[in-house]
Design a protein around this ligand. Structure first.
Ligand SMILES: C[S@@+](CC[C@H](N)C(=O)[O-])C[C@H]1O[C@@H](n2cnc3c(N)ncnc32)[C@H](O)[C@@H]1O
Length: 212
């Protein structure tokens, strides 16, 4: 399901800053060479992540689900000069492709790319975390949230991607495990008094959770 009319989306892209040459190249190469390129955040969401990160000016960003690194490079644009971005992905087959783009970026020294299962890796990440982007396996979103919430800086931001799941979230006929897990996750966040919440219908749905 497309949430926004294609012409409106195209107009929005026209009136939004273009991604860097490196990001445009990463987008093209991912579509040409890597399976499931739809997973890449893309132009509009990427610029949104970059702008939020610049507003926060984070010292520590944690990303769960690197894929080919598009969102990581967007989020890194807002890092403090001494800041660090930890990005975790379980898929070692993407490592050399993704690392080659990180290495060519001006943020190369600030990006700590880890090939690991996020649940295990997150236990060793120390806070305070200023900004989190959860964008991995949907069925474990609640576990990721539980693992990071106590490490967040008060006022920090947790962003969660795909929470509308191509519209399946509101389709009563959709009862697969990922859809149900996302419904439970969204409900859990709604009921959690530790976060302010805003579900933004950008792309596939971005849940914005500000830690109180
Ligand atoms: C939607 S993609 C991430 C897209 C990326 N954030 C972007 O916007 O360009 C999801 C990624 O999560 C990774 N993933 C799935 N299960 C994982 C796990 N248990 N631990 C770490 N990464 C996982 C997948 O390998 C995949 O690359």
């Amino acid at each position: 399901m497309e949430f926004i009319d294609e012409a409106i989306e195209e107009y929005s892209r026209l009136f939004t800053d273009k991604p860097s040459d490196l990001l445009q190249s990463l987008d093209r190469e991912t579509h040409a060479r890597i399976l499931q390129p739809r997973m890449l955040s893309g132009h509009l969401q990427g610029r949104y992540l970059s702008m939020l990160s610049k507003l926060i000016s984070p010292q520590l960003i944690v990303e769960i689900g690197t894929y080919t690194g598009y969102s990581a490079l967007c989020l890194a644009e807002g890092l403090k000069p001494t800041g660090k971005l930890i990005t975790i992905d379980i898929n070692e087959e993407l490592e050399s492709f993704t690392r080659s783009f990180f290495d060519r970026s001006e943020y190369a020294k600030q990006i700590d790319y880890r090939i690991a299962d996020a649940q295990q890796e997150l236990t060793s990440v120390e806070g305070p975390i200023d900004l989190v982007f959860i964008d991995a396996d949907k069925r474990n979103y609640a576990k990721y949230f539980d693992l990071i919430i106590s490490k967040m800086r008060p006022g920090g931001l947790i962003l969660v991607d795909n929470v509308l799941w191509s519209g399946k979230i509101v389709d009563p006929k959709a009862t697969d495990k990922s859809t149900n897990a996302l419904r439970d996750f969204n409900q859990k966040c709604l009921e959690d008094p530790r976060v302010e919440k805003m579900l933004l219908p950008l792309r596939d749905g971005l849940y914005m959770l500000r830690v109180i």
